[in-house]
Design a protein around this ligand. Structure first.
Ligand code: GLA
Length: 747
């Protein structure tokens, strides 16, 4: 099995298909981290910890005379404040009003088959058929007080993933205050490592950045109440030489959608400590006697085989063990969304005009975006009043849905449950349901306030409201948005002294509402959204199999956003739409073909007034839809390869999908610069079967590279080895932001 315990040496060794992870409870009871990396045997790796008398690195408790023993440089599995370890702690807690000092020693452990679960929180799961999955729970206890810390490890041998979570229990007779509870800590010795992370902004999420971790603390975090547009809670740590195709790398993903903190400290002896968990800046959580607290889950993965392999492994793990929606393996509808087509200015007639064109083009669904409820003709009012505005629409929601269904289309709607407009009936009736700080004018963002999701009455109201809407018409899809960060975080529902818990309680309230929705309406395809991709995290994927990736629909900017997103998340979760040009976000003009090819990277759709398209565009759209439909399994279930990065290659970006059995593959190319007398652009395929023969498949002329380059002519044959090592020369671009596709099939 994957979890081995050596009783004599008190060594825990966890094995996955591509990694080994090890800890040891030493003779003093401290739990030390001894190894995480390429697969090795069960040898006790504690020989790598070398005692020494390092100045200004002190000794814990009873070890005053053991001057060579110090947790200030020993690799600690779950570091705390209070044992002469001056590096970043994972846990700061203590009796209320006292010093948050702890001295955690090994107490007991349990190895179970299957995966632990975290009530109320998203987490990876294991089915009964997943017999390779085990749970290890190690309990540590404070040497002085009845405070217990349970470290949870979910070991997925085949999926090559180790999950971690932590619970803290108060068995004292008095309250205990938690000031910081990280979900994990990881120590890597001799760590001259790079960190890859994904920063961004609204309409520019998940931009790739790779940097060496220098001495001191490097931090990626959000204090916005959402995981945020600005920093994504996923990072990769890797060796300097590690590339897409080779080298060791660690992926660390926080399964959480609120404020978070990831810190990497390179210490005085060049070891790295990496902690990840809830943001602790305002955090204070009081545990009454007998209570416990659960810190959300982190997913860890290591592969010795390069970043591309890490991505594919994580994608499969999410597909099999995180995304629950019955839609994950079903064909997702190709939709048209009316947002960029009409914004708030619509009625049933306008929507039906778009729907008729959609049916004509062969689309599957119309999504009615913001503005159908309450008094909502702009974004200054109406949020919270989840009742259809029949006056504006000209009919009921049921009637509209029926007419859309009558055209052979499915019907979906947009909601933003967690927010409220001051100009709304809900706010007028319950001003205390919004987060506002007493005695201060609230800060606004998009002229709205956040509802207090930590208040059970608010969550109940939203459950009832959603029930009413969803039972009023046949609705097959819900786009769940949230359009500002959590401001003015003070809850009228909680006593003054518990305000440090509100930010996290709000996230738990959101999860409760999402759980309610997906349990009660399993047939509904739920799409996540946060002003585009401000809440694109593993926590959300537990509820929604796809997320609107960005409010930026410009195909060229999307290349970077898709590229960055692809490292940590399956492309089947990336919603991407063809929109109008000049683009509404940046004014750029891009050929229709390119907009289609770029959107086909993810879960495909359109977001423009179809009735205003030219005949030429309609013909192209039909071809795009046909190609996407025919190759749906390849696009949605295939392995994604980053072939040319938009951050490194200024002339073009390229990616491919390869089917799991490697019998089919698709290459997408978008040119991002033009040159007089250009050099030939060459790419090398990845993931093909070297000793197989592949043939170029026909594609409609507007999408195909074959029509534009002799070497790529239909039915030309190449060996996999030739395509991998020799590569392919791409056709010359013929216009600004030109693009093409190549499809190959094994013969
Ligand atoms: C957010 C979403 C958009 C759209 C608008 C509606 O910005 O990301 O797609 O739904 O809200 O207000």
């Amino acid at each position: 099995m994957s979890v081995h315990y050596n009783k004599e040496k008190r060594v825990f060794t966890l094995h996955t298909s591509k990694s080994t992870y090890q800890m040891k409870a030493d003779e003093h009871g401290f739990l030390l981290h001894t190894y995480y990396g390429a697969p090795v045997d069960d040898s006790d790796f504690s020989y790598l910890i070398v005692p020494d008398d390092h100045g200004f690195s002190g000794q814990p408790g009873e070890l005053a005379l053991e001057r060579t023993y110090s947790l200030d440089f020993y690799p600690v599995e779950y570091p705390v404040h209070g044992v002469a370890d001056f590096r970043i702690p994972a846990l700061m807690a203590g009796k209320k009003g006292g010093v948050p000092a702890l001295d955690l020693r090994y107490h007991s452990h349990e190895i179970r088959s299957g995966k632990y679960s975290l009530p109320g929180l998203p987490a990876l799961f294991a089915g009964e058929e997943d017999t390779d999955v085990q749970t290890l729970e190690i309990t540590l206890k404070d040497a002085y007080e009845e405070i217990y810390v349970n470290l949870l490890y979910g070991v997925y041998e085949k999926a090559n993933v180790i999950t971690r979570a932590v619970t803290v229990e108060n068995h004292c007779a008095v309250p205990v205050e938690l000031k910081r509870v990280m979900s994990m800590s990881l120590e890597l010795p001799d760590a001259d490592l790079d960190m890859i992370h994904f920063y961004g902004k609204h309409t520019g999420e998940r931009q790739f950045e790779r940097r060496n971790l220098l001495h001191g603390i490097t931090e990626i975090s959000s204090r916005r109440g959402n995981s945020s547009h600005q920093h994504n809670p996923f990072v990769i740590l890797c060796e300097k030489e590690t590339s897409e195709q080779a080298g060791g790398c660690y992926g660390i993903s926080f399964v959480y959608s609120g404020s978070f903190r990831m810190q990497a400290e390179r210490d005085q002896f060049d070891s790295l400590r990496f902690v990840c968990g809830l943001s602790d800046e305002e955090f204070v959580w009081t545990l009454q006697p007998g209570e416990s607290f659960t810190a959300p889950e982190v997913v860890l993965t290591y592969t010795p085989d390069g970043i591309s392999d890490l991505t594919r492994g994580l994608n499969r793990a999410y597909q099999n063990h995180l995304i629950r929606s019955p839609w994950k393996n079903k064909r997702r509808p190709i939709l048209v969304n009316n947002w960029e087509a009409t914004y708030f200015d619509f009625n049933a007639e306008k929507l039906l005009k778009i729907a008729r064109e959609a049916a004509e083009l062969g689309l599957d669904m119309l999504v009615l975006d913001d503005g159908w409820f309450g008094k909502r003709d702009d974004d200054n009012s109406g949020l919270g009043d989840w009742k259809v505005n029949e006056k504006k629409l000209g009919c009921s929601l049921r009637n509209l849905a029926e007419q859309i269904h009558g055209l052979g289309l499915k019907f979906g709607i947009w909601v933003e449950p967690e927010m409220v407009s001051e100009d709304s009936d809900l706010y007028r009736a319950h001003p205390d349901w919004a987060l506002t700080i007493p005695g201060r004018l609230p800060n606004h963002s998009r002229n709205q306030l956040a509802l207090d999701m930590s208040n059970p009455e608010v969550v109940d109201y939203l459950k009832r409201s959603l029930d009413e809407v969803l039972s009023s018409a046949d609705i097959e899809y819900v786009k769940w948005d949230i359009n500002s960060n959590l401001e003015n975080v003070y809850s009228a529902a909680h006593p003054e002294l518990s305000q440090g818990a509100v930010r996290h309680l709000c996230v738990l309230g959101t999860y409760e509402l999402k759980e309610y929705l997906v349990t009660r309406y399993p047939h509904i395809l739920l799409e996540g959204c946060n002003g585009g991709g401000g809440r694109f995290d593993a926590g959300m994927l537990y509820y929604a199999p796809q997320i609107w990736c960005s409010d930026n629909t410009d195909a060229i900017e999307r290349l970077r956003i898709h590229y960055g997103t692809s490292f940590g998340y399956p492309m089947s979760s990336v919603s991407a739409h063809v929109s109008v040009c000049p683009n509404h976000q940046n004014g750029r003009v891009v050929p229709f073909r390119t907009r289609g090819i770029c959107a086909m990277q993810g879960t495909f759709g359109y977001e423009l007034d179809l009735s205003k398209m030219t005949e030429e565009e309609k013909a192209e759209a039909k071809q795009q839809i046909a190609v996407y439909r025919e190759n749906y399994d390849l696009f949605q279930q295939g392995d994604y390869y980053r072939i040319a990065s938009p951050f490194e290659n200024h002339d073009f970006t390229a990616w491919s999908y390869v089917s799991e059995d490697r019998s089919r593959a698709m290459l997408g190319v978008v040119y991002t610069d033009l040159h007089g007398n250009p050099k030939p652009n060459r790419i090398r395929w990845q993931g093909l079967q070297a000793d197989a023969l592949y043939e170029i498949e026909p594609l409609p002329e507007t999408l195909s590279a074959a029509a534009r380059c002799q070497g790529l002519a239909e039915h030309t044959r190449y060996t996999g080895a030739a395509l991998i090592h020799g590569g392919m020369v791409l056709p010359k671009p013929q216009e600004n932001y030109d693009s093409c596709m190549v499809m190959i099939r094994r013969v």
